[in-house]
Design a protein around this ligand. Structure first.
Ligand SMILES: [Zn+2]
Length: 417
């Protein structure tokens, strides 16, 4: 090794030392930056979601006021909430999808963070607010969303611009104005709901006839009769042996902007001699103890999905919703009356055939809804009729006639004032 080699070695040592200093400096700067940066991260400390397939409230807690922007995306229907960079410390069981929400996702987007709620179908964001906690411990985002149609979702999508949560939030009044009745090109729409299905068989006759099969066979007959008129859009909540929770049936009716929901059932009763059809509408107070008992039995359907049955009377406090509910109730009563009149010409009815009780499947605030008990599976004559194609055809024709009268009356109301 010559001097050049020594010089070279000394140079390398000096260079190594410099690199070490630089690295140390860089690390110090970086760690300071990281520490400062960590402090600016928003903390999402909690997440709660309550409601069902027709209505949900979502609350996300933060350690301080979040700067929020939100917007809608379709294919699938999503609500996107943009946040500053956020550290999510959320419980996996709290973000487990349920009700109207099919998926909850969140994460880092580089310059910010994002929370994405995917709907089970189209929905409306009724309200999205950033609120200060009463105890001063932090802030929360509260989102109210409800099941809607594709058309309503698209209208909201067209109106949206990327602004803050409070200004994007749609006024309830506007939602009322764009309701099903005023939709352009909307044909009178009937949603037929065959009761029960899948693990929920419903009532059963002593001979083994199961309600879910009777209701599906009848619903198909009614669908074909209504479709043959050529003036209505007709949908079914299920057209095979599928379990559906009651709120899911209501959500489907809202998705199609139904003008009418007809839920089909065939019950059993201890009094074997009792027979005939009954038409039920929704009421907080049952018309009679039998109607109450029937509503209790039908509402048990949700237990197959392990759902907790809660009273949702808080919805009624909203005056606009209450007005719509009252109008819907009048339409339901009017259709039930027409339906009883038509059915009486072709099938046997029980005494006082128009009754009411608190059926969960009739609870859409803006869809006139009736529940038809076609007859009693506990009565051998009724059972024989329910299994007879001719009888089903006659009964389905009577319901179709009632729908025609109701649709014509409603069209008259809409154009004639
Ligand atoms: Zn039933």
């Amino acid at each position: 090794m010559g001097p050049a080699g020594t010089a070279d070695k000394r140079g390398r040592v000096a260079g190594g030392f410099l690199r070490l200093v630089w690295t140390a400096l860089l690390l110090t700067v970086l760690s300071c930056f990281a520490a400062a940066h960590a402090d600016t991260l928003l903390d999402a400390t909690g997440y709660k979601m309550a409601g069902d397939a027709t209505k949900m409230r979502i609350v996300v807690n933060f350690d301080r006021e979040p700067d929020v922007k939100w917007f809608l995306l379709r294919g699938p229907n999503r609500l996107v909430i943009d946040l500053p960079r956020t550290r999510f410390a959320l419980d996996a069981k709290d973000v487990k999808p349920r009700g109207l929400v099919r998926a909850v996702r969140y994460g880092d987007q580089g310059h910010g963070s994002r929370l994405i709620l995917t709907g089970k179908g189209p929905f409306a964001v009724d309200e999205l607010d950033v609120l200060k906690d009463d105890d001063g411990s932090g802030y929360r985002i509260a989102v109210d969303m409800s099941a809607a149609s594709e058309r309503e979702f698209d209208a909201a999508l067209a109106n949206q611009s990327l602004t803050t949560g409070s200004t994007v939030s749609t006024e309830k009044g506007e939602r009322v104005g764009t309701g099903p009745i005023s939709a352009p090109g909307h044909r009178f729409t009937v949603v037929i709901d065959p009761g029960h299905g899948g693990v929920d068989g419903g009532a059963e006759s002593s001979a083994g006839t199961v309600e879910k099969d009777v209701t599906l066979a009848f619903a198909k007959e009614l669908r074909d009769k209504l479709a043959a008129v050529g003036k209505y859009d007709v949908y079914m909540t299920r057209d095979n042996d599928l379990y559906l929770a009651l709120d899911e049936r209501v959500r489907i009716a809202r998705q199609h902007e139904a003008d009418l929901l007809i839920s089909i059932h065939a019950d059993t009763i201890a009094v074997k001699g009792l027979r005939g059809a009954t038409v039920y509408t929704l009421s907080d107070k049952a018309s009679d103890p039998e109607a109450q008992a029937l509503a209790d039995r039908e509402n048990l359907s949700d237990q197959f999905a392990g759902m907790k049955i809660e009273d949702d009377n808080k919805e009624v406090t909203d005056i606009l919703i209450d007005l719509i509910r009252r109008e819907t109730h009048n339409f339901s009563m009017s259709f039930a009356h027409t339906l009883v009149g038509q059915l009486s010409t072709s099938v046997g009815l029980i005494n006082n055939p128009q009754r009411s009780a608190g059926f969960r499947v009739l609870k859409a605030p803006d869809v006139p809804s009736v529940l038809v008990e076609l007859g009693y599976l506990s009565n051998v004559k009724d059972e024989a009729q329910l299994l007879n194609a001719d009888w089903r055809g006659k009964a389905a024709q009577s319901i179709t006639n009632a729908v025609a009268l109701f649709a014509a009356a409603k069209a008259g109301t809409a154009t004639g004032g």
